[in-house]
Design a protein around this ligand. Structure first.
Ligand SMILES: [Zn+2]
Length: 160
């Protein structure tokens, strides 16, 4: 599976949501849930500062899917996200039985940037999605969007 225009269209929306999160005072992450027919079912942006620390967009979408979609609908849905799921969100995705994940920036790349900027270690170890959910189809990164996301993350880091 290679990144195509449809993937990039949804990933661009994730970057917009990440920018909205940053401008609202949260860290820049955004995610979109797309059904098997290609329709956008739900969107979330990060609210880990303005709501509560576990308000990552990916776990919010997993909870939404668990409440509103059948098991078949969940299995046929794709989650697009500006940054690869963390271990918590990967586990939620796997438990609720959602379909593929497409991300713009990998978790390890974000860790690498944060080390370059002198950030402290994350309190939670970094795993790839497939280390948590082994058989899930995962696509990323998107080299066209990585630079834009790096800039948003650096702004968030410099802001503190
Ligand atoms: Zn997460």
């Amino acid at each position: 599976m290679d990144l195509d225009d449809t993937h990039r269209h949804h990933l661009r929306r994730c970057v917009e949501l990440a920018r909205e999160a940053l401008e609202a005072g949260d860290d820049p992450f955004g995610s979109v849930l797309v059904g098997a027919d290609g329709s956008v079912l739900a969107e979330r942006r990060n609210r880990e500062r303005t709501d509560q620390p576990l308000a990552h967009p990916e776990i919010d979408l997993a909870v939404w899917a668990g409440r509103h979609l059948s098991p078949d609908e969940r299995a046929g849905a794709t989650v697009y996200t500006s940054g690869e799921h963390c271990a918590m969100c990967s586990a939620a995705h796997g438990w609720v039985g959602l379909g593929p994940i497409v991300y713009a920036v990998s978790s390890r790349r974000l860790d690498q940037w944060r080390r370059e900027w002198g950030a402290g270690a994350s309190p939670v170890v970094t795993f790839s999605v497939n280390e948590v959910v082994p058989d899930l189809p995962v696509l990323g990164p998107d080299p066209e969007l990585e630079g834009e996301m790096r800039e948003l993350h650096e702004r968030a880091f410099r802001r503190g």
